[in-house]
Design a protein around this ligand. Structure first.
Ligand SMILES: *[C@@H]1O[C@H](CO)[C@@H](O)[C@H](O)[C@H]1NC(C)=O
Length: 262
């Protein structure tokens, strides 16, 4: 009796049986090696994919914002973290970051020793990756409308860092939101805000907000702080500037440092 090579597709169509079970005996050594090879390749691809998950998304967005000729101040916070550490020292141990894509900053902070970090995503989680969804599931990152009081007690965090989010608020809401950020901070608030005329990354603009950012000048902000009785933290600002100069760091966003309530 001669053995015909088994055509799995044919067998499937004919008898409806599962080809790999039915054809075990006719499987040659080479096909077995082939399937082991495929398994190995698959495993390598899977490991590679899982590895790229955390940093890959940042790089992707960075690339995207470059190609669109725009920028995001949340990316700027990522770049500024070493400088902020220099300027704020131990105050960087319990941080709340409020921003679209705060997952990126929170993940990075959580990798550092002695650093606790939480995030508030002011809009939605459109396009959030697996890592971000897991932070949300654990309650580390929350989705919360920052036009309403924040669900935290006074001075819950050593520092509050906010990027991009305030640029989308009208003064009426800024009047509510900014004092809230100050309230939940023990050592101050750091604001990263776009320069007027700066192109924003389209991905942030359209998917998250549905309205364009209002990028205000430095003099507008300073006048606003005075009007709303929020005090700038000159000592921290000076340290931040010194650390920036030392490392030849030039922020692509405006950075303001506010004092906590007394
Ligand atoms: C915001 O608050 C300041 C200071 O309390 C006030 O002068 C200003 O009119 C307020 N702006 C709006 C739009 O409510």
């Amino acid at each position: 009796m001669s053995r015909r090579p088994v055509n799995p597709a044919r067998r499937f169509a004919d008898g409806g049986s599962i080809p790999f079970v039915g054809s075990v005996q006719s499987k040659t050594r080479s096909t077995r090696l082939l399937s082991i090879g495929l398994l190995v390749v698959g495993a390598i691809l899977l490991i590679g994919y899982l590895h790229s998950g955390s940093d890959g998304s940042i790089r992707e967005k960075e690339a995207l914002s470059k190609t669109e000729g725009g920028s995001s101040c949340t990316l700027e916070v990522l770049r500024a973290l070493p400088i902020l550490k220099k300027a704020y020292g131990d105050s960087m141990n319990k941080v709340l970051h409020v921003a679209p894509d705060s997952c990126s900053v929170v993940s990075k902070l959580l990798k550092e020793e002695d650093t606790q970090a939480w995030g508030v995503e002011p809009y939605d989680l459109y396009g959030a990756d697996v890592n971000c969804k897991s932070l949300v599931r654990k309650g580390i990152v929350r989705v919360a409308d920052i036009k309403f009081p924040l669900p935290y007690r006074a001075k819950s965090f050593s520092l509050v860092i906010v990027s991009d989010a305030l640029d989308y608020l009208s003064p009426r809401y800024l009047n509510k939101t900014l004092p809230e950020l100050v309230r939940v901070s023990a050592d101050g608030v750091i604001i990263f805000s776009g320069y007027p005329g700066q192109q924003r990354a389209k991905v942030v603009e359209l998917s998250k907000f549905g309205r364009p950012a209002k990028l205000r000048s430095s003099s507008w902000w300073i006048k606003y702080f005075v009007q709303t009785k929020l005090e700038e933290n000159e000592a921290a600002a000076k340290k931040f500037e010194q650390a920036s100069t030392k490392r030849s760091y030039r922020p692509a966003c405006q950075v303001f440092h506010l004092k906590p309530y007394g």
